[in-house]
Design a protein. Structure first.
Length: 289
């Protein structure tokens, strides 16, 4: 009922991410589809795509979903950055389509001083361009809840709702919840009561039916800090009680839930975090509502 995993490196090929995930017992993984620090990447070959499909069938890891390149800013003003961002997002969707990846998590963008209202309109119009160029693809864009650091949009549920209500193809827009970002943005999910109140607001403003994935990260920064710093599970300001609430919430049953916490090459941190999460998931569920 609960599918747990972690973000995995694609060094050596996208199929290697599946190998790495399987080596530590992941049910699901998140990947970048190319270098996350470059606008463009090498085209995926037919051989690479085939190796990915073979490895996914062998490992039974599903779903594999993606995170968009960090350079992309669909809230940018007309100009080079916006053109590059739209082109890069189109490329991401084409790669995801080739691999059979169902959705790509994307930070809504940063308004860079233009103001939130204008920034949100720019995101919606940019997504319209992306979706027109990829109209035959089933791949969705999952807007990520953000910490609101700097001029980043997406730290209020209302931001996500406004974008989803403004695009011409709302059926291709979904949501990815990030626990660290929720707390940093000011949503108190540390206690069962706080978590319930947060999710009641989320259901009212956005709707939990739009959520396709969850990032499980503790927060190095305190409630409302608007600082995006991930910590290991139970070692930050959310604490074990907060994650027990998330894992016990029936809204997320069957959805992929992945770690984005710091790790070393041997992945021992992921192993420990997954152990903690699985233990918490076996504890008493949180009543919905």
């Amino acid at each position: 009922m609960i599918r747990l995993g972690a973000h995995m490196s694609i060094a050596g090929g996208v199929d290697r991410a599946l190998e790495r995930g399987a080596s530590i017992g992941c049910d699901t993984i998140q990947v970048f589809l190319k270098s996350n620090r470059q606008w463009r990447g090498k085209k995926l070959t037919a051989a690479e795509t085939q190796r990915f499909h073979v490895q996914q069938q062998a490992t039974k890891i599903a779903p594999v979903f993606a995170h968009a390149c960090y350079l992309i800013n669909l809230a940018a003003a007309a100009g080079l950055t916006r053109r590059r961002s739209i082109a890069a997002m189109i490329d991401e969707i084409q790669r995801a389509t080739q691999l059979g990846v169902p959705f790509i998590v994307m930070h809504p963008g940063a308004h860079l001083g233009a103001g939130e209202r204008l920034g949100l309109r720019r995101v919606a119009r940019s997504l319209d361009e992306v979706f027109r160029a990829t109209r035959n693809s089933p791949v969705k864009i999952a807007l990520e809840t953000t910490a609101g650091q700097g001029s980043n949009l997406g730290y209020r549920f209302e931001h996500l709702a406004e974008i989803m209500g403004s695009v011409a193809a709302p059926e291709r827009v979904a949501v990815c919840i990030d626990t660290c970002h929720l707390l940093a943005a000011g949503y108190d999910i540390r206690t069962p009561q706080g978590y319930r109140e947060t999710m009641r607001k989320f259901d009212r403003v956005v709707g939990s039916n739009h959520v396709v994935g969850v990032h499980l990260n503790d927060s190095k920064a305190p409630l409302g800090s608007r600082v995006d710093r991930h910590a290991h599970i139970g070692q930050g300001h959310i604490g074990l009680s907060g994650f027990r609430s998330v894992l016990g919430d029936g809204r997320w049953r069957g959805l992929p839930m992945v770690l984005e916490t710091p790790k070393s090459d041997d992945l021992h941190e992921d192993v420990e975090n997954l152990r903690v999460l699985r233990r918490l998931s076996r504890q008493k569920s949180l009543p919905r509502g």
